[in-house]
Design a protein. Structure first.
Length: 234
């Protein structure tokens, strides 16, 4: 018997392609490789190449690794095998076809959420990196919360040590970007916020994280002042 394998079938003896990092392609990886950018173009994504790479690196290749039983690539990543939870349980009276339909609905919902996340994350990275390049202070200011941790992996700028966001709850959040600029122990270890206010002279200080990585103030002025206090400028 002669078996004819499709373009997106990865079950043949020699598989169907492998990434430079060693992960073999499964069907979703092959589909994403061929149609991913065209799909993103139809969604009118601004940064198609970067979003394509982000999706492949953060999601697609881990599904590929799971499907190809390359467990060594999943040690630091949650294995995306939640779809398997839709398989019929031993004590459940449901056909595999019904289970597949349920899995498909779950996968569709997850995909919509994740593609939205990926697009937003890539846009945030570009905005933050652009602002870092133009920044003349040791802090960045944004009028809304943005994901910033991945962006910091793409810059060698050590001058920017803090990032200030207008909080979704109240006031402003000030987050440290490097461990060497954690907020001082004298305010992080204080048992009373009023003591921290007195030490810093910032009356609108709302909260100080005990780990020294976050402070909250009511005003932007207070946020900038807590950064300068931590830098010994006031």
């Amino acid at each position: 018997m002669i078996l004819v394998y499709g373009e997106f079938d990865h079950h043949q003896k020699n598989r169907n392609g492998q990434r430079d990092n060693g992960i073999y392609y499964s069907s979703i990886g092959l589909l994403w490789k061929k149609f991913g950018k065209e799909y993103l173009k139809k969604l009118k994504v601004k940064s198609i190449d970067k979003t394509f790479e982000y999706m492949d690196k953060e999601l697609i290749q881990y599904i590929d690794a799971t499907d190809n039983m390359q467990i060594e690539y999943l040690e630091n990543k949650i294995s995306p095998d939640f779809i398997k939870l839709c398989n019929p349980e031993w004590n459940e009276n449901i056909s595999e076809d019904e289970a597949f339909i349920n899995a498909l609905k779950l996968a569709d919902g997850f995909w919509e959420v994740y593609i939205k996340h990926a697009i937003a994350e890539v846009e945030a990275i570009e905005i933050i990196l652009d602002k870092i390049e133009k920044c003349k202070e040791c802090y960045l200011i944004f009028d809304m919360e943005m994901p910033y941790r991945k962006a910091m992996k793409y810059t060698n700028n050590d001058n920017v040590k803090y990032i200030i966001f207008k909080s979704r709850r109240e006031g402003y959040d000030i987050r440290t970007l490097i461990d060497s600029c954690k907020f001082k122990n004298e305010i992080t270890q204080s048992t009373d916020i009023n003591i921290s206010r007195k030490l810093t002279g910032i009356n609108d200080l709302i909260y100080v994280d005990v780990h020294g990585k976050l402070c909250c103030t009511k005003t932007l002025e207070g946020a900038i002042r807590i950064v300068k206090y931590n830098e010994g400028e006031c």
